[in-house]
Design a protein. Sequence first.
Length: 146
Amino acid sequence: MTATQPPLTARRFAMCFTSSPRGARLARRMCAHRLDAWGVPYGSDAHDTVTLIAAELCANAVRHGHVAGRDFHVLLTADPATGTVRLEVSDTREERLPHVRTAAPDESGRGLLLVEALADRWGCAARAGGGPGKTVWAECAAPGLT
């Protein structure tokens, strides 16, 4: 006799990427593809928002969190029950914590300003598992998750 198991509701994608512009681009594309597969279609506001946040956090991991020979890690989870997507990007550099800053229009450095404006919540924490580095995370509403 087999018991009926409830359907799996939470979605999870995790992967390590090389700490390079190519790795950041691949991470963004993989997150975009996964969101579409989970029912947040390309071109929707939720998809574009999470993909932009992924691009910013991954670029920051490469630009500001790079340690030679170390990859960065992406964890994307989605919970259809709450309609929430959470993105976590971990790097191995702990002495450079993220902070929001304003920049002149011709300067770079506005990535976290975008994350703060677009995400419902975001923050930074010590890397899970006691490893070196930090994790920057963001959560967004994503209607349509399946």
